[in-house]
Every structure is written in C-alpha cells, then in structure tokens.
Design a protein around this ligand. Structure first.
Ligand SMILES: C[S@@+](CC[C@H](N)C(=O)[O-])C[C@H]1O[C@@H](n2cnc3c(N)ncnc32)[C@H](O)[C@@H]1O
Length: 176
C-alpha cells in the first residue's frame, strides 16, 4: 500500500503547544524573572494581564502593547502564537529608539523573525532544561514541551548576538 509521506497528518506536540489559543498565558516563573530583574531592574511589562504582570507598569491586550511606545528596561514574554514575530519586530524597533528589551521566547531558530530580528540582538542566552511556566490561574504547569531562550536587545546592538547559556532556577549550575 502506498502512502503520501509528504502530507502532514497531524501537527507535532510542540507546534500544537505554541499555536493553540490557550497559549497566550505561558506566565514567566517568578523565580526565573527575579534572576533577570536583579540584573536589569525592569520598568515595563508590555504584554500581560493585571494578575500576570511582572512590573508595576504594564500593557494588556485591551490597550495593545504593540501599539504603545516602550521605554526604559522592558521584560517581554510575548504571546507565543503566530503574532510572536510582530513582538520581536517591535522589540527590535524600540531598542533602536533607546530601550533595553529582554525577551523570553521559545528557542526556535528557523522562523523568519529569528533571522530578521534575534540575529541583530546583543545576546541570546539559551536556557538549560525546560521551564515550568505559570498558567492563567497562577498555577504551575508541567515542564514546557519546548526549550526557551532569553534574547537581549540593547540600544547599541546590531548583532550578531553573543551566545551563552543560563540556568532555569537559582542555584542550578550554568554552562559556559
Ligand atoms: C506569555 S504571557 C506573559 C505574561 C506575563 N507578562 C509574564 O511574563 O508572566 C503573554 C501575555 O500577553 C498578553 N497579550 C496578548 N496580546 C497582547 C497585546 N496585544 N497587548 C498586550 N498584552 C497582550 C496575554 O494576555 C498574556 O497575558
């Protein structure tokens, strides 16, 4: 019996996890955020809900963080659906206007936005192991079905980014 193997019959678990409508709320684990916040002292969370916001100053879907000007030191963990490219473009654009933007995104290196914007960042820090994100109710999910990376856009950076690795929790050994 012949079979057309080029016809996808179902999406991979990773793709499904990234593109289902429930995936807006991959909330940053507080202890992971705290490590970055100790370094960057964030002033703005541009994509949040009142309960998931990581900074006193934040934007929600209602005001649309993509439509607002950003400034200061920004922590961006964007929606992981198809709109993620628009968030990376916005991060790049705002960094060119003087903001420092630290992004937590899936470590997928084939999308167009990775090549167009992430490759112009100052740093990429690959997270060792899988994060356990928060859900919309503040509970903790199981380990994510995808790896994560922290991308740092600085006002003076044009890329290519310096690559390093980071631990997912305080106290876990980092690799150089
Ligand atoms: C991955 S969650 C991150 C939540 C939180 N900032 C954190 O780091 O834990 C992405 C958030 O972006 C919000 N969001 C989606 N579209 C948005 C928009 N256009 N403007 C602002 N926030 C948006 C979602 O409601 C969701 O809370």
């Amino acid at each position: 019996m012949s079979q057309n193997i080029s016809t996808p019959t179902r999406r991979s678990n990773v793709t499904a996890a990234l593109f289902t409508s429930a995936t807006d709320e991959w909330g940053t684990p507080q202890e992971f955020f705290d490590v970055l916040d100790a370094e960057f002292h964030f002033t703005l969370d541009p994509c949040a809900t009142p309960s998931s916001a990581k900074c006193d100053r934040y934007f929600t879907k209602k005001v649309d963080g993509l439509a607002q000007p950003w400034s200061g030191r920004v922590f961006m963990n964007p929606p992981y659906g198809r709109v993620i490219g628009a968030w990376l473009r916005k991060a790049w654009q705002e960094s060119q206007q003087g903001a420092t933007i630290v992004c937590l995104i899936p470590a997928r290196t084939d999308p167009v936005y990775w090549h167009d914007y992430v490759m112009r960042a100052a740093e990429v820090r690959f997270v060792r192991g899988r994060l356990r994100f928060d859900d919309q109710d503040g509970g903790r999910r199981n380990s994510a079905p995808f790896p994560s990376v922290v991308v740092v856009f600085r006002p003076d950076s044009q890329g290519p980014p310096v690559v390093s690795a980071m631990a997912r929790v305080t106290g876990e050994a980092e690799v150089a």
